[in-house]
Each structure stands twice: as structure tokens, then as C-alpha cells.
Design a protein around this ligand. Sequence first.
Ligand code: 7RM
Length: 635
Amino acid sequence: MSNYSIKNLEEYFQLYRKSVREPENFWEEIAEEHFLWRKRWKRVMRWDFSKPEVTWFEGAKLNITENCLDRHLAIRGEKTAILFEPNDPEEKAQHISYNELHKRVCRFANVLKSQGVKKGDRVCIYLPMIPELAISVLACARIGAIHSVVFAGFSSQALAARINDCDCRTVITSDGSYRGAKTLDLKGIVDQSLKDCKGVKTVLVVNRTGGEVEMVKGRDHWIEPLLEKAKDECKPEIMDAEDPLFILYTSGSTGKPKGMVHSSGGYMVFTAYTFKNIFRYREEDIYWCTADIGWITGHSYIVYGPLANGATTVMFEGVPTYPDHGRFWEVVAKHKVNQFYTAPTAIRALAKESLDYVEKYDLSSIKVLGTVGEPINEEAWNWYNNNIGKNKSPIVDTWWQTETGGIMISPIPYVTPTTPTYATLPFIGVQPALMDDKGNEIKGNQVEGRLCIKFPWPSMARTIWGDHKRYYDTYFSAFKNMYFTGDGAMRNAVGYYRITGRVDDVIIVSGHNLGTAPIEDAINEHQAVSESAIVGFPHEVKGNALYGFVILKEVGEARDRENLKKEINQQIAEHIGPIAKLDKIQFVPGLPKTRSGKIMRRILRKIAANDTSNLGDISTLLNPEVVEEIIKDAQ
Ligand code: 7RM
């Protein structure tokens, strides 16, 4: 069991050095000793960032579900694999053992097969946080189908775009979903989107809310009767290590979402190894990540990473504020959660409420706290540390991305001394670099630049579905032989990294990545709008909120402006989802533009942040006079 669980800082540095000097030997040992392979690799890795082409464990054969399920049955079959905590605290939690999960995954896999789903087919999963979400993900992996989970908060149009982009023929959904006091009509959203998805032949519907739904004959099937009839054994499809395991969409700076494609073998090895060390998981622990499986955090650190380690992973259906602001802490106390992993936006929202919500509960089970998704400010870090961790549980501030598949920069708890707002040191095998605008690496400490990674790691995305050129252009063209993350970062005197935020047109609102372009596209479709620009501005709870500068077609028109603002937000909710709604909308006569026609977002950002004392050089603007006018009416 050497090397698999890192014990102290010295060992971390030793392993880190080994992972850089002899990456192949290092990863070969990890892969060999801790996973179940049906056939060994011919070559540990191969890479060429100029294409980009990366392979890990080429020639190896495996099925990830054998690693997440079958191999645990003999030693921990009755241990809880998934601990499901429903939205309604009155509804009983479900403890799904490894034995039971194995059976339910096999049954689900057999249903998919009976519906004609085969290896390599894409299956869209649009489900709330109920056990069937994890089960359907694993069922796809069992038979080698590529899952594409779409977060069940996305609108019908966003769902349709994702279904069509990777030609899903099968969609898995539920009648409805519970979110706090609300019940949402998921099946209705799916029906709406399928009007634009002619390729979908089968819709499997899980019964969750018991709501009235329309079932289209020949296309829609309730899953329960099919599951009942299905056999509870399903032989795993044996996959190549480089076969795609899943596609997950992430927003980009153009309108079209990017379908990041992840591999089977490398993804498994890296998510399992990071999970074990970054959460310091031990056999009896109860681990809870509050993310939704619709995001990468849920894929890697609710499903695959924990299950590959035989962990107990909590799945929470609800929201942090229902029935009140104490819900997270109630659940921690109830299930004696040992590792708790959430987003800064949730921490900030709960920190605003009375401490009574925290102090009511016994949080002494907590050993490790984690955060992910956006930079955590010092105040939120301290609140989390003092009130939840009681100054004794290390906080792991984990930096990573949909594209990286697993955690890249993070403390290792009880090993790396933490500093508020710092993600600290690269994980084993991760080689970060800070780059200047001219494309040179900035060496040494106390420096700031664009964050790149200069060597492949096993769980990196292999391509963008259907558009390898875009993969190259987005991540590998800015800096030669480097993966460019899109983030800025600084490295302090001791070599710790602090992520400062996006340097591109992606804005992170409440931990959700939103591209400005798709939102602007949605606004511009409104018949009264001629042009718009979106920027982020600092928000106490959400981290960033959205500010829209909108040019109307008819200037000085007596239209009801308040009503227009509502319509614009409605339009955004329909195109993208309620998470992308604007907090502020300002109607402007023009937008500051460069001579080449590029909107100067830098200026708009300053106006939105109410920081107009120094706007920098605006002489290159085509229309500098518009800036004054915008400032005059700023909100
Ligand atoms: C896991 C996830 C990726 C973007 C990334 C950053 C930001 C994530 C942190 C962070 C500062 C962190 N995937 N980000 N973690 N910024 N500190 N610990 O969030 O694809 O949805 O987002 O999120 O900008 O590029 S993601």
C-alpha cells in the first residue's frame, strides 16, 4: 500500500518529485497496485500537446464499474455505498449497500441494453439528485455507453442543445424533482426540448414526485416496471483505457457549450487517488460532497472517486436553505459526516445567517472540510474554519476544472499547512506554470500570471466532442506546449498558489460557470434589443453577479422599462436557466468599443463594480464619449 496514502509533508515532496522526474514509473505503480485491470497497458503514457494527443495506460482493458462495485462485494458488500438524504427531512434516508448498488446498477444496465443501447452510444441523463442518477451513470459505464449528464436546472433549450450536440438517442429523466419547497416538472422540460431533438427514440422516466406527466407512446417508458423484470447480473463491457467514459458540457466564450470528453482508465486512477488523499478517506468514514452530479465535482467526487475507494458517499437531494438554514449541519450531525465538501457561495450564504443554525448541531464528527468552484474569500474561509471546523479540521481549497477531471491544486489535509485563500500546492503529478503575456514562463516565487499546466495528468479531457480543433484552439494554442486553464494565479513566497479568477469571458456566479456570449445571444433575441454586453461584478453571496448593458432598438421609446427588464430575464431563463439571470440591467445608448469592434469589457467591469476613478487608457476607443453617459446612469 506504499505511496497510496500520503502521510507527511516530506513524503508529499518525495512523491511529487518522483511524479515529475519519472511520471511513468510513478503512475504505473499507482495503477498497478490499486485497481482491477482486465489487461495490462502496453505503454503508460504518450503525449503531444501540439495536436493535442494524450493517452494513458494505452492498451489496457477495464471496466470502471468493476472497480467501483464488483471488487468491493467480497470485502465490504454490506457497507453503505450511497447514503441518500432526501429533500424532505421527514422522508427516511436510504442506505444503499455495495451489494444492493451492484444489483441496481446491473438491472438498470440490462434495461438500457433491452432498449437497444450499446457500447459507444451517448445517453443523456437529466435527473435530480436521487439514487437513480448515480445508478444510471454507472449503468451506462457498465455497458460502455457514454453518459452525458445535464444538470437538471438547465432549461429545455440548453438541454436540447446538449442532446443534439452528441446525438443522444436515449434520455433518462424523472417525472419531477423536489428542490426545497418547490416541485419542478422535469418531464415537461424534456418534452419541450425533444420537439427540437428528432434523434431521440427512447425516454426512460423515473417516478419521483408522482406528478401527472404525458407519456408519448412508443417513446416514453416508466423505468420501474422495466427494472422489476430485469436480471440483477450484467456482465461488464470490457473497455479500452482510452475509450470515452462520459461527456460533460461546460460553457465557453462562444455560444456553443463544449462537450468535454473523459477517458476510462486515466480518469479512474486520478479521481480515486486524489479522493483518497485530498479527503483523507478512511474505511469507516462518511463522506459528503454537496455538489450536484450534473457538474464535474459530482461525477468525480460523489460517484467515481469515492466508489473506487469503497467509500460511503452521501447524496443530498435538497438545498442548503430548506427547511431552514441549518439543513447542512443537521445532515452532518445526523449521519456523522467526516468529510464535508461544498462551494464558497454556499458558505457565504450560510455565514450571513444566525450562528444558532450551526450551534444547534453536533459537528464533532467532521475531520476534513473542502471547498471548490471559485476563489474563497478570507472572511468565508475564517467563518468555515471557526464555526464548522472549530479550528481543528483542515480546509482543503481544491482548484480544478471540468477539463481537468480531478483536483489539481489543493492541500493534503493533516499534511500541507493551510493558508486562507490559497489552494496551496500542486497535487502529485501536476506541473503548473505561470505565464506572462508574451508567452514566457515566470519562474521563482512572489509572482503572478496566467495559470498553465505543462505536463499531462491521467484525468485530463481528451477532446471536445465532435470538435478537436476547438479543443486545441481553446486550451493549447495560447501558450506553446502548455494546457492553458483560463485562470489567473499568483505564487507566494513559499510556492503556494492562489487562484485569482478567470482571465477570459467566463463568469462564475454562485459557483456556476457562465459564458458571457450565450447570455448575450439570449438577450439579443429579444425583439426590442439591438446589442448587449454582460460583465460580472462582486456580490456578497454569489461571488459574482451579472450586470447587463443593453442597447435598445428604439432610443427614447416610451416602453415600460421595468417590464422590459423582466422580459429579458425571462428570455435568459428560457435559453440558459434561472442561474444566468441578471442582477442589474442598464439600458445604454452604446457600448465602448475598440476600433476592431471588440467590446472593452474592462471598462464595463469597472463601471459595474462602481470603481470608475481610474478607467485606464480609453483613447483606443472608437466612441469614448459613450463611457461618460454610461457612468452617469450606472446602477
Ligand atoms: C471543479 C469546478 C472551473 C473554474 C476554474 C476556476 C474556478 C474552481 C476553484 C476555482 C478558485 C478554487 N469545475 N475554480 N475551483 N477558483 N479556487 N478552489 O469548479 O469547470 O465548473 O469550473 O472554477 O476559475 O477555472 S468547473
